[in-house]
Design a protein around this ligand. Structure first.
Ligand code: GLN
Length: 540
């Protein structure tokens, strides 16, 4: 069948979980046997989120093909299992750069280049291209209806409904029904206004997905249907959930996927929700609680660790353990030792810059000496190696060139490496945007290593996002004090993994394993870390 397009817009306020809603709908459509593609169109002017502060935008999600994307692409992958690609993420900034490059080339042949049609055409081209084989293409429009920035996207999707026809395009609007305690009611007015704002740019919502903290009484559904010009069956409650992996089943119980299929006249395929039931069962039947500390500097905005938190949850689910997380501010926590006193496992996550490094190094020393199961990710691996050089090899000045010039560059700027496009070259002072080592790279695991046991294979592929690399010049000395280099790029030049031989479970990885973990396919390193954390707890 030709691809159907579902556009998900958000109203009333941001942070209602459009990304999660889109991902859950995709999972439900898959459960009915349909193939899906998920895309996000973000309204800001950055070309990608790679240069944005984690405090503002949360985590930067990286796809296999090296696209730096919004964290919603992480939700998409975790719920649908479909790996995102460059063709699944766009920003207004990227659209404008494409249009401006065409204008400079003379492609518009004397035309006045305008938002309509040139920007909107480019948006439509993005939405319609590379959709082969997808029964449904779900496109989430970032931002909130009413924002100036969203307007060109709304215009583009309005046009697409005319171009493709009603039977191939559906508009879903996610809104908020706030409960006002003094009135004792869920209020529909903000939703009515949001639907009107959408209508004023020519888009009639076909289905309302309403975030609420309690079920919507029939009377309120009828009211919304009447004022918003939808059927009352198409007013779907999106109730708050204590665990995001319960949401697909909740949506299904509300008739969400049924109404979407009915809209497109595709009612015959029943939903097979076995795998979601199993996921919920693994949340409900835990046999223990483990405490994991994340020692990082972006802890004021937990979205900065979105995929990491999810991967830890998956590791817990695989071991039937509840994971209790504590977030330790590596810059501001005055007593790291006390903060780590009762934890069963530690994660030293990725990061950039020298701020907060001292706290992370201290946490690493504690993890190493007290034999607490630990996973160091990217920056966490680099600092693991620096800590070993300083405290085990007594190289006092051991440092990274990321922090300035050093005579002991344990971690140094990567100036050349190979990828599928050929040799990549970088230099200090070059552009910051899109120039890191990004995306999936193969890695070979040392035979007999802990990681080989964890992965149950000796060749893996993992996603990267970093500019600096551990210097192999220190490898032999580090091996002699027990820090083994157990994973390398296939050409043997780039160290990808280190692990302590005389430690129950300490692994440092140059890549980001959290980006590939899914509830149905928990990442082996997180499964291993959680198991080791549980064993550590049982022993102490
Ligand atoms: N700042 C380090 C680098 O650029 C680590 C990056 C990260 O942790 N993602 O190499």
């Amino acid at each position: 069948m030709p691809s159907r397009f579902i556009f998900i817009t958000g109203g009333v306020t941001s942070s209602l979980g459009k990304g999660l809603a889109s991902a859950c709908l995709a999972a439900l459509l898959q459960a009915r046997g349909f193939s899906v593609l998920l895309r996000k169109l973000d309204p800001y002017l950055n070309v990608d989120p790679g240069t944005m502060s984690p405090y503002q935008h949360g985590e930067v999600f990286v796809t296999d093909d090296g696209t730096e994307a919004d964290l919603d692409l992480g939700h998409y992958e975790r719920f649908s299992g479909v790996a995102g690609k460059a063709t699944d993420y766009i920003t207004t900034g990227k659209i404008y750069s494409t249009v401006l490059a065409k204008e400079r080339r003379g492609d518009y042949l004397g035309a006045t280049v305008q938002v309509i049609p040139h920007i909107t055409d480019e948006m439509k081209r993005f939405i319609l291209s590379n959709t082969e084989g997808a029964d449904f293409v779900l496109c989430e429009i970032g931002g909130t209806v009413g924002d100036i920035e969203c307007l060109p996207y709304l215009e583009a999707i309005r046009q697409l409904r005319n171009d493709l026809g009603r039977d191939r395009v559906m508009f879903i609007h996610l809104t908020l029904l706030p409960y006002i305690p003094t009135a004792g009611e869920l209020k529909t007015k903000p939703t009515q206004h949001s639907v009107k704002a959408l209508l004023s740019v020519g888009i009639q919502a076909d289905l309302l997905l309403c975030r609420c903290d309690r079920p919507i009484p029939m009377e309120e559904k009828r009211k919304l249907a009447l004022f918003c010009n939808v059927s009352s069956e198409n007013v779907i409650a999106a109730l708050d959930a204590d665990n995001i992996y319960r949401v697909p089943l909740q949506y299904h119980a509300e008739g969400f996927d049924e109404q979407v299929c009915r809209y497109f006249g595709l009612n015959d395929a029943p939903a097979d929700l076995e795998k979601w039931k199993k996921v919920c069962a693994s949340i409900d039947t835990v046999s223990g609680v483990v405490r994991i500390a994340i020692v990082g500097k972006y802890v004021q905005l937990l979205d900065a660790y979105k995929s990491l938190i999810q991967a830890l949850m998956h590791g817990g689910m695989a071991n039937r353990l509840k994971v209790e997380l504590s977030f330790i501010d590596s810059e501001k926590e005055p007593d790291i030792e006390a903060a780590l006193a009762n934890v069963d496992g530690i994660v030293i996550p990725g990061g950039f810059g020298e701020r907060g490094v001292a706290g992370k190094l201290q946490a690493i020393t504690i993890a190493r000496t007290k034999k607490i199961p630990t996973l160091g990710i990217c920056f966490g691996m680099q600092l693991t190696v620096i800590e070993a050089c300083r405290n085990l090899l007594h190289i006092e000045n051991a440092s990274s060139t990321e922090f300035g010039l050093t005579d002991e560059p344990i971690v140094g700027l990567m100036t050349e490496w190979m990828d599928e496009q050929g040799i990549q070259k970088r230099c200090a002072g070059g552009d910051l945007g899109g120039t890191m080592r990004l995306g999936a790279y193969p890695c070979n695991l040392k035979s007999g290593s802990l990681v080989e046991k964890m992965y149950a294979t000796s060749a893996i592929s993992e996603r990267h996002r970093h500019r600096y690399e551990v210097n192999t010049a220190y490898e032999d000395r580090l091996e002699s004090v027990g820090l083994s280099f157990s994973g390398f790029s296939p050409d043997g030049t780039l160290p990808e993994i280190v692990e302590y031989k005389d430690h129950p479970w300490y692994v440092g990885v140059q890549f980001h394993p959290e980006l590939k973990s899914r509830p149905f396919a928990p990442h082996p390193l997180f499964v291993g870390l959680l198991k080791a954390a549980f064993d550590h707890q049982q022993k102490s």
